[in-house]
Design a protein around this ligand. Structure first.
Ligand code: 1GP
Length: 246
């Protein structure tokens, strides 16, 4: 089954998925990947996302090789630019930044990426990406040169998602940006989830099991945890519990 098919199936069954985000810049030693992979497998984490809004190191390809070698769960690229296309992954979130009005991130970079993707075996998952203001500017909002959706305006997120669904996007990602001060508001998750019939991914600022459980209960089908996993990898075991204690 395709990864999008898996996400659609999970949604239809009311089941929840936990993903970790690996930022290649944060991997200083390739042996770290082996250690993290054990935690990912033992905690029964469902997916691994790889990417970053801004990469400052040059070892992306080596990190991808290490991830492919060590990690057995599906690997999904979450790219900040077409330079993060890599055939070692299983799929790529083909992100259109629909919360913003930067044409490069709505279609421009996609034109550059498309012929590269055609030469890979990656499953391309057309994804509406919405940045939400979760307390402070993030690398994602700064680099994208876009205004995030205000935290307390769930109706903007819901109508943006609906427009994305009508445009044919297959998946939605509500993101506070990496290292956000707080997660996306559960009311926003709820309104987006009841407005569109698409798998809903939520990330940014999720740091504990209670937050994860609240976001799942509000309607997220998958959560993504990056910074908290970097700070305390063992947290994955508690976060994995949030999938089943609704
Ligand atoms: C960022 O949603 C991801 O795009 C993860 O965010 O690093 O805050 O967990 P955190």
């Amino acid at each position: 089954m395709s990864i999008l098919g898996e996400l659609q199936y999970l949604k239809s069954e009311g089941r929840k998925a936990l993903s970790v985000l690996i930022d290649p810049d944060k991997i200083s030693n390739l042996e770290d990947v082996q250690r993290l992979s054990s935690l990912i497998h033992e905690s029964r984490t469902d997916y691994v996302l790889v990417g970053g809004s801004l990469l400052t190191t040059d070892h992306f390809n080596r990190v991808m090789e290490a991830i492919r070698k060590n990690i057995k769960v599906p690997i999904i690229l979450f790219p900040g630019s077409p330079s993060q296309i890599n055939n070692q992954a299983d799929a790529i979130l083909f992100l259109s930044l629909i919360s913003g009005r930067n044409p490069e991130l709505l279609i421009g970079q996609h034109v550059i990426a498309a012929p590269q993707l055609k030469r890979t075996n990656l499953e391309v998952i057309s994804t509406g990406y919405m940045l939400v203001d979760c307390g402070k500017p993030t690398t994602a909002s700064y680099i994208s040169q876009t205004f995030p959706i205000p935290w307390n305006k769930p109706e903007i997120a819901a109508t943006t998602a609906l427009a994305g669904e009508y445009l044919g996007l297959k998946c939605m990602y509500l993101d506070g940006g990496s290292g956000a001060e707080r997660p996306v508001d559960t009311e926003m998750v709820h309104q987006v989830s009841r407005t569109v019939n698409l798998p809903l991914i939520v990330g940014g600022g999720i740091r504990n099991e209670d937050q994860a459980r609240a976001i799942f209960a509000a309607g997220a089908d998958m959560i993504v945890v990056g910074t908290a996993f970097e700070d305390e990898p063992e947290l994955l075991f508690a976060l994995a519990q949030s999938r089943v204690q609704l």
